[in-house]
Design a protein. Sequence first.
Length: 303
Amino acid sequence: MRITKARYRAIFDDPRTLGVVLIAPAMLAILAIVLLPLLSSLWLSLQQRDLPRPQNDAFIWFKNYWDLLHDPRYLNSLNATFRFSLVSTILELVLGVAIALVLNQKFFGRGFVRGLMILPWAMPSIVNAAMWKWIYNADYGALNALLTQLHLIDNYRIWLAEPVTATVLVILANVWKETPFTIILVLAALQTIPDDLYEASRVDGATEWYSFLKITLPMILPVLMIAGMLQFIWGFQTFELIYVITGGGPFSTTELTTLRIYAMTFRSLRFGYGAAMAYLTSLVILIPAVAYIRSAYKRVVEI
């Protein structure tokens, strides 16, 4: 009995062993909640599993993936998602840096403005989407009313019926909601930059723009890389905004992959094909994300 107690003490005296023991329950829970559904959906993606035609169910290996590579509707949705994510990310980074620089200055009511700035990001996605749908409404929308009062347009327009306009408007709605996240990260990074660096640059006669390029931007670059990667990935996950505002229209111009996966899985009830679509989209995101992370890590190490 004494030997057993001594062994137990030896186990818990080792920090590495103790760490494994402590995290084991959490790891088991993660495996049960995350890994098992992932493996189950992967197995489903290798099958033809159509609820309207159960007699055709069969294991078809990678046929679903092959069909996806030749599916014009899916490829168009993938292209639309990439453009949506890329443009949104660029705008969010540019606006995030600009607004964070302003909020980093001292002015009356700065704390109130900072708190107000978080509201769009804290707002539920479905509420944000419904609000922008009302703004873009062709009959009583605030956008038409404002532009009419400013005499920029003569009559109310159906903005969401025009492919290019609809794409631009949903991007603006997404940027409005997601930019505060970038602002928070950049603002936190700005407050870690020592004031001595700016004082030394002013003594040397450097302009504000030169100080931004040589001091501010290199110091916040690691944060910008992380924010850019997250915003780009989140762009591929956008669903509620498109579903509520345009439903993927007009002419499938704003149909992102998430909406296409939803339609194929829960409307057409083609579960195998929908699962393959989800996995292929994840792979499309994963490859550039890994390359981006490696590039970002090298730059951070160099800095």
